[in-house]
Design a protein around this ligand. Structure first.
Ligand code: UFG
Length: 342
């Protein structure tokens, strides 16, 4: 039987786009998702894009018995891409133990099952949040990590450490952590995209929902930062470009090209964009008269961060290709599709 790639959280935002790219590259995919922040229809839409519905199992990977049973049922798993995690920064402050339990225990269970079932490879969903507010920009992989600003951010740092330590003593296990900058946009078919439950915490879903008339006005959090226009700067990476980085990371592991059995890479564009620049680009690209107002800073936000992608691009043979214009247009096309707007 053909080897399979397990994608945990494969019905989620980045997971679903990655399942599409894996299937397009010829991989057989098994999705595990508890659907706590996604829906089963996502798998139907993946099938519409790729003509193939991934195999699906619904459970939470923090359950050790269910995770062990899964690997008994699927003995042909060759590699894992582990997205499944809670990811809302603000919620993590309110519910720290839920975040630690879910995000840490699921990784522990997977690492243990990898060893028991001779699964050698994992790509892990990390975040540039591990850098905090860096002293020098752009950030390279050598930039020191800073203490996390939230329990969510801390789970990413601890998960990285867990993989590093586990790989140090288990030479047959290989892990790559991808430190994403800010993923935005949607699939060009507008069949899959980001669909936050409730009021969006992130910028682009708030922008597209405001443009769709679901939110009255976009609040820009702070225009008194030490940046050219005073608004905060991020490195916004197209979600399809980001998904392709996962495919090349998996291929790196399957082809034995890794330099050590625990590696980590920045995944961004290398360009910083301010909140105001993003908003103006959205207005220009879509022609929508987006209502916005400047309010005070959001607690816990960093001022500016963008990636130095040289090392990751060279090692992985990957680079971000899509422009921010087409990425924002794709986010708007997705929002319109979801809301039935012509
Ligand atoms: N912003 C607004 N208005 C909004 C929402 C956001 O002005 O309604 C601003 C934020 O203040 C920030 C920028 O837009 O300056 C980006 O904010 P996001 O919430 O979209 O993204 P963050 O950079 O805060 O957080 C993201 C991910 C986290 C991850 C972090 C790493 O959501 O999961 O990047 O830096 F940890």
């Amino acid at each position: 039987m053909a080897k399979q790639i397990l994608v945990t959280g494969g019905a989620g935002y980045i997971g679903s786009h990655t399942v599409v790219e894996l299937q397009n590259a010829g991989f057989d995919v098994v999705v595990v998702d508890d659907l706590s922040n996604s829906s089963i229809e996502v798998l139907d839409n993946i099938a519409k894009i790729t003509d193939k519905r991934p195999v699906f199992e619904q459970f939470n990977l923090a359950d050790r018995n269910l995770t062990a049973s899964f690997f008994k049922k699927y003995p042909n798993i060759e590699a894992i891409i582990h997205f499944a995690a809670f990811k809302a920064v603000g919620e993590s402050v309110q519910k720290p133990l839920e975040y630690y339990r879910n995000n840490l225990v699921s990784l522990m269970n997977l690492l243990e099952e990898m060893k028991s079932n001779d699964v050698k490879h994992m790509v892990f969903s990390s975040s540039c949040t591990v850098y905090g507010q860096p002293d020098v920009l752009p950030v390279t992989e050598q930039t020191p990590r800073k203490p996390a600003e939230s329990p969510y951010g801390n789970t990413k740092a601890i998960c990285e450490d867990m993989m590093r330590d586990y790989c140090a003593t288990n030479s047959s296990i290989n892990c790559i952590a991808l430190r994403y900058f800010n993923p935005i946009g949607a699939h060009p078919t507008a069949l899959i995209g980001e669909l936050p439950v409730g009021v969006p915490g992130n910028l682009v879903p708030f922008v597209t929902q405001t443009a769709a008339g679901i939110r009255e006005v976009l609040s820009i959090f702070g225009d008194d930062y030490d940046t050219p226009d005073g608004t905060a700067i991020r490195d916004y990476i197209n979600v399809v470009d980001l998904s392709k980085a996962h495919v090349v990371a998996i291929e790196r592991l399957l082809n034995g090209k890794q330099k050590s059995n625990y590696e980590f890479f920045n995944i961004g564009t290398g360009n910083g964009l301010s909140v105001m620049e993003l908003v103006q680009t959205f207005i220009k690209v879509t022609g929508v008269n987006l209502k916005y107002k400047v309010v005070g800073r959001r607690a816990g936000d960093i001022e500016k961060i963008w990636a130095d992608t040289t090392y990751g691009c060279n090692e992985l043979g990957w680079k971000a290709e899509k422009t921010v214009e087409e990425t924002l247009a794709s986010a708007w096309a997705w929002e319109k599709n979801v809301r039935g707007i012509k």
